[in-house]
Design a binder for this molecule. Structure first.
Ligand code: C2E
Ligand code: CA
Ligand code: CA
Ligand code: CA
Length: 275
């Protein structure tokens, strides 16, 4: 039994070492990827349920890894957060998004608000506002063209500073959205203090429309909350006609999901209208 225990331990420890080495390797690769500009963007359309028109685009980062191929963000964003690489990564995403908006505008397209995911770590940086302003100014992009998507965890980390930072961004002209709404714990009292344009209902609620009455009740409540606070409500992860019909019937403002459009590279996005 003792010998067996030892074997187990060795197996376990070598497994741990292997994982540590892999994650260190991935960190090095990601560091290089940011410098070598192996990151690229996909864009997912958002549609108004009232008019059916395109009302926004969400930017989703992709990593073209030289050996592993296209890596989804689920496989590197958490590591980027742990290692602070999320900060240079986040700046690169903002630059790439501005570059693309400018290209579309020069081609004569009307570009709806472009939503960018911002890590709490990046948003809490002291010079965040000056830095993002300087990027937009460099590309000549209006601030109202950009929607910053933040999660509730930001507000939980340092509520007073977060609220101050969000107010400054709103006054500077940026649109603000709370991402994955419903899975965090921000109190209604905090929500009332935030200068928001949009709430994004998390996929985990949308998914259960038609099967889980509790999730349906939460969705209906969030839509009502949005209406009373004068904040637009978007449901993400809409995959079926039935889900969309439910959301429309209950007054949800807009939707995003595989039903109407997957995230795609810019050359596959063929729905922009000429200005
Ligand atoms: P998120 O912000 O909640 O983004 C939505 C995710 O749901 C995206 O996954 C998108 O591809 C996926 N999705 C969209 N429609 C549907 C649908 O109908 N069904 C299903 N099952 N999924 C759908 P993705 O691109 O893998 O991104 C995952 C997460 O990675 C994002 O979640 C976001 O938290 C993070 N992320 C992505 N890009 C960035 C970025 O540039 N910066 C930061 N900080 N985080 C990012
Ligand atoms: Ca998002
Ligand atoms: Ca989301
Ligand atoms: Ca999510």
């Amino acid at each position: 039994a003792k010998a067996q225990g030892k074997n187990c331990y060795e197996l376990y420890s070598s497994q741990l070492t292997k994982e540590a080495v892999q994650s260190f390797q991935l960190e090095q690769d990601l560091r290089i990827a940011i410098h070598a500009r192996q990151l690229l963007l996909h864009f997912q359309p958002q549609f108004s349920l009232c008019s059916g028109e395109l009302c926004g685009l969400e930017v989703l980062v992709r990593w073209q890894h030289p050996e592993k191929g296209m890596m989804p963000p689920g496989e590197f964003i958490a590591l980027a957060e742990e290692t602070n690489l999320i900060i240079p990564l986040g700046w690169q995403v903002i630059e790439l998004a501005c570059e693309q908006i400018l290209i579309w505008q020069e081609q004569g397209y009307m570009v709806p608000p472009v939503a960018i995911n911002i890590s709490p770590k990046q948003l809490l940086e002291a010079d965040f506002i000056e830095h993002i302003n300087s990027i937009l100014d460099r590309f000549g992009i209006a601030r109202s063209q950009i929607e910053l998507e933040i999660t509730e965890s930001l507000i939980m980390q340092d509520p007073d500073y977060a609220i101050e930072q969000l107010n400054l961004l709103r006054h500077a002209g940026y649109r603000l959205a709370i991402d994955d709404f419903g899975i965090g714990y921000s109190s209604l009292n905090r929500l009332k203090q935030l200068p928001l344009d949009r709430l994004k209902i998390d996929y985990s609620f949308t998914r259960d429309i038609g099967t889980n009455p509790r999730d349906e009740a939460i969705i209906i409540t969030v839509i009502a909350l949005g209406k009373s606070l004068n904040i637009e409500v978007l449901a993400e992860g809409v995959e079926t006609e039935a889900q969309q019909a439910f959301l429309k019937a209950h007054g949800c403002d807009s939707v995003q999901g595989y039903l109407l459009g997957r995230p795609v590279p810019e050359q596959e996005l063929r729905i922009l209208k000429v200005a």
